[in-house]
Design a protein around this ligand. Sequence first.
Ligand code: NAD
Length: 432
Amino acid sequence: MKIGIIGTGYVGLPTGVGLAELGNQVTCIDRETSKIEALQSGKITLYEDGLEDLFHKNVKEGRLHFTTSMKEGVENADVVIIAVGTPPHPVTKEADMKYIHAAATELAEYLTGYTVIATKSTVPVGTGDVVEGLISKKNPFADFDVVSLPEFLREGFAIHDFFNPDRIIVGANTEKAKNVIKELYKPFEGKTNMLFVKRRSSETIKYASNAFLAIKIHYINEMANFCEKTGADIYEVAQGMGLDSRIGPKFLNPGPGYGGSCFPKDTMAMSFMARQNGVDMTLINAAINGNVNRKKQMSERILSAVKSIENPKIAVLGLAFKNGTDDCRESPAMEIIGELINQGADITAYDPKAMGTACRILGNKIQYADNMYQALQDADVLAVLTEWNEFRELDLSKTAELMRHKKIVDCRNLLDPQKAKDLGFDYQGIGR
Ligand code: NAD
């Protein structure tokens, strides 16, 4: 099939690469000229495991193209996927729809023949109708259907998740559109659950899923606080809980709070939609507020560990919002660092993949190390903020030699508490 993808970011690029690998002719469109120029010259613009090799392969085999021209990407396409951002509105915190509206209006005039417009961006309920209206207004003769095709990939596992989706949800209001999407996902037939629902149900499924996961994280973090006070161990508690098939073992890892470009904004957007519709959603609101406090609690823990030290030096390991990505949007690490900076802290940080993205946000407010041991040199406390596997391998004896004071606040529970204590560290983990 011929596919145009509008928006070549963390969703659009892996999706484009994946669909090309399945044999489709894919054109990725973005309005950011520098991004498209980089991709056209063979330079990948974000980090995802396995993305780069597949990107080069499909470009070389002529199935993957990049352009800033809406016309080039949309004309003759069977399916146009919208994968632009829906960030929180700066004031109301609802999903800001300006990119969706712009994309819908811009693509309209280039539609040729019957085309399915598939919205992969996470969008408020009823957006399908709005997109439909914008296209019809701009191009009254266009022959098209709008479907909701929410994206469930996890950053850090985007390529894995593209080829091994838990489920494909399709919100289609016509048989014709349904059949086109069935054809697009034919390679997954029999391998995954494909659920066809009403467009508005599909739009809701995405928000309902993300809000549920955010609540689950908030819940286990509150349980971790409880364990710290009572002498229980959150891992034993989570393991015991997870053996109940109604609960399941996933998403029961305590940490510094949820982050990233989805959970924070999607919970706020869901809360806004609930208010708009006069529905009380106390659980989601509790998770939103609790998650903001969580990051404050973590920065307080770090500061409290060095409160008796004059001009303390803080070593931070981890900047990305999770392992496997260079994405720092709404990263708990970045927010904790922000609080520490406000308190005048002297910070040196290291992240295996996110140094560039973090530097674009934090600039010279902190120092950047070339490796984890450089960050630890003369530090008074080590704060572990992202769960990169390489941090698990940290040589604690070497760490003890490099640091000025032996203090660790391990917000991801990556290090061995007993080993740390045996080496004389004042070690604080989460929930145990
Ligand atoms: P992103 O910011 O990484 O990428 C969006 C891209 O769209 C940018 O490159 C931007 O320049 C481009 N763009 C915006 N308006 C455009 C226009 N009119 N024409 C062409 N290009 C345009 O965003 P993302 O993380 O890929 O997220 C995209 C959507 O997918 C959001 O709604 C998000 O909530 C949803 N989503 C994201 C994830 C994730 O893990 N990142 C997962 C599931 C769903």
